[in-house]
Design a protein around this ligand. Structure first.
Ligand code: SF4
Length: 351
């Protein structure tokens, strides 16, 4: 089991549930926009959020952001130790920085001392695209180089008696990322933050992330996850949750079972499923919804669900907990199913 690390009230590692992370895409200097974005992320299940801190103005904005954020905030710092000291002063919950990249020993000592005094953990984040020259010469752009680079940063922190560490080893190439995390998990007890970096568009990035992050989680490796997509951050959080739900590691929100449709379909099913998925995106409580195209598998699946629909010719039968509750016409399907879903949620709350 990995070591437990505390970030505000949230535990990472040490057997805690795998945590879903996001990263804001707004300019951190725009406090209001950043806080609004964090709240939207939290609404869809984000549990910890990272903000970029490229300059002193952004560092000084962090205090207000942390105070207004419903979830712990991580500052992403590169190269400038003064930014790290400022965000610590501003009350940041966690730092993402590589101690070997922020200057000489005296500067690192100041940052580590300040982080230690306030119980702020540090994530060391090595990306395959930014491995330092020495490691590249020794190992090439490989998983071994990433691990050696991370170990160099770990050593700096350990030498300063700092052990509140989380590690990430992200690569855009899935096999490299898998190998790097496996090597690290075999050698060190620190909790691992998993991600496939620069994964790309929703289509490509979702698949790459699900394979990379999912494979490691299935092996019991990984304590927090971030899905990176060239898309709004809410989309990343939804994909992250779907990975965790697919592996049975966490439960959140609705699980929609829907058949792929085939030549037996006799109603317009895709828009119904898409609209329900859209409406269910912010529902946090677990709910099993089944939308099935016809009488072949439909009634069976729909019966298993909290709310189900088995389709017929331009109509469908709505099921609640295995019982048919009524017949609906095509044009009323979404609204009638939504009413049943609301009533199922109400019922779940009062149980
Ligand atoms: Fe085809 Fe019916 Fe199966 Fe859907 S449930 S895939 S419509 S046979």
């Amino acid at each position: 089991m990995s070591k437990a690390v505390k970030v505000r009230d949230l535990q990472i590692g040490g057997g805690a549930p795998v945590v879903v992370q996001g990263m804001t895409k707004t300019d951190t200097r725009d406090v209001q926009a950043t806080v609004e974005e964090i709240r939207r992320y939290a609404d869809v299940g984000c549990e910890i959020v990272r903000v970029a801190v490229p300059d002193m103005e952004a560092a000084q904005a962090v205090g207000t952001i942390v105070r207004q954020s419903p979830i712990p905030v991580v500052a992403d710092i590169h190269f400038d130790y003064r930014l790290a000291l400022e965000v610590i002063r501003q009350g940041i919950d966690k730092l993402r920085l590589n101690p070997g990249n922020i200057g000489g020993r005296d500067r690192v000592e100041q940052v580590v001392k300040a982080a230690k005094e306030r119980g702020i953990p540090i994530r060391i984040g090595v990306n395959s695209g930014s491995i330092e020259k020495g490691m590249l010469q020794d190992y090439g752009r490989t998983a071994e180089a990433m691990v050696a680079s991370a170990e160099k940063h770990i050593q700096i922190l350990n030498d300063l008696d700092f052990d509140d560490i989380v590690i990430s080893l992200k690569a855009s190439d899935v096999p490299t990322m898998l190998q790097a995390y496996r090597l690290m998990a075999a050698r060190h007890p620190y909790p691992l933050h998993l991600g496939v970096t620069e994964a790309g568009t929703v289509f490509q990035g979702t698949i790459k992330s699900a394979i990379g992050i999912g494979a490691l989680l299935a092996e019991g490796i990984g304590d927090t996850i971030r899905v990176s997509l060239t898309a709004p951050g809410e989309e990343e959080i939804r994909v992250a949750w779907q990975i965790l739900k697919s592996l049975g590691l966490r439960q959140r929100g609705a699980d929609i079972v829907a058949c792929p449709t085939c030549g037996r379909l006799q109603f317009d099913m895709w828009p119904v499923v898409n609209e329900l998925e859209r409406r269910l995106a912010t529902v946090a409580e677990p709910l099993h919804v089944a939308i099935m195209g016809c009488a072949v598998n439909g009634p069976g699946e729909a019966r298993e669900a909290d709310v189900g629909l088995a389709g017929g010719k331009n109509m469908g039968l709505i099921f609640r907990h295995g019982e048919i509750v009524r017949r609906v016409e095509q044009e009323d399907m979404v609204e009638e199913l939504w009413k049943e879903i609301q009533s199922a949620r109400e019922e779940a709350r009062t149980v």
